[in-house]
Design a protein around this ligand. Structure first.
Ligand SMILES: Nc1ncnc2c1ncn2[C@@H]1O[C@H](COP(=O)(O)OP(=O)(O)O)[C@@H](O)[C@H]1O
Ligand SMILES: Nc1ccn([C@@H]2O[C@H](COP(=O)(O)OP(=O)(O)O)[C@@H](O)[C@H]2O)c(=O)n1
Length: 225
């Protein structure tokens, strides 16, 4: 039996992290973890419980309260908060607008990182973990690290397609750029490319081409060890 394979996929919003990570995990028979969904889930809990998300001390004080459980099955991703399915509500625009503030709180990050490392350690064949700080902080010894990028225009067009026209492409793009700036500028484990990560610009690539590239990188790394 070969060693578990750990694949870290980081990058800004709309670069294709979730779609790529799920497909790579499915193809390689690995587990899958969406760490953004965990930050969204704790943000949803804070908003639902009347916590002022702009008050870092209040957020820190409540951080240990919600039980957040994420599926690691790429065929059935999902997340519960205190036993309630939160997969839908965590994608609301209210949560999207508040998530960067909550995820910048060091106590929140410490708790999430602990849960994420435990999930990776428990994955039998290995795992694909996607987020903002996986290669730099959560799993710095990952077998393969990928940093996905794409133009702001492509990312906004993709996201606004998903939102089904409820927000204009221009508004979506402005919101993405604001979130990138907040995520890249925070003190604790900001969005960043690890020095040893391979950057893949997905602007002109199909999802299948991106998946092929990542699967190829994993095969190369496995052959080398
Ligand atoms: N290479 C690609 N080309 C075109 N659309 C893509 C590509 N990769 C992902 N998408 C689409 O873009 C949207 C955002 O992708 P997603 O995987 O959720 O990105 P992220 O997790 O980085 O925010 C989805 O609707 C997805 O189907
Ligand atoms: N490893 C991670 C993953 C997400 N996040 C935060 O969670 C937010 C939502 O992440 P996401 O991956 O669901 O975002 P999208 O790219 O899907 O819009 C990000 O904007 C970050 O603020 C983080 O801080 N660290």
């Amino acid at each position: 039996m070969s060693n578990p394979v750990i694949v870290a996929i980081d990058g800004p919003s709309g670069t294709g992290k979730s779609s790529t990570s799920r497909a790579v995990a499915t193809r390689l028979g690995l587990s899958y973890l969406d760490t953004g969904a965990q930050y969204r889930a704790i943000t949803w809990w804070m908003l639902s419980n009347g916590v002022d998300v702009t008050d870092a001390a209040a957020v820190a004080d409540q951080t240990g309260k919600p039980a957040i459980v994420a599926s690691t099955d790429p065929a059935a991703p999902g997340i519960t908060v205190d036993g309630v399915d939160a997969s839908g509500p965590i994608r609301s625009q209210e949560v999207t607008a508040a998530v960067s503030a909550v995820s910048a709180v060091p106590e929140v990050r410490a708790r999430m990182v602990e849960i994420q490392r435990a999930a990776a350690a428990a994955a039998p064949a290995g795992i694909v973990v996607e987020g903002r700080d996986i290669g730099t902080t959560v799993l710095p010894d990952a077998t393969v690290k990928v940093f996905l990028t794409a133009s702001a225009e492509a990312r906004a067009a993709r996201r606004s397609g998903e939102l089904g026209g409820t927000q204009s492409v221009a508004d979506t793009q402005a919101a993405l750029i604001r979130r990138d700036a907040a995520d890249s500028g925070r003190k604790t484990s900001p969005l960043a490319k690890a020095d040893d990560a391979i950057e893949v610009d997905t602007t002109e690539l199909t999802l299948e081409q991106v998946v092929d590239r990542v699967v190829e990188l994993v095969a190369q790394r496995r052959a080398a060890r």
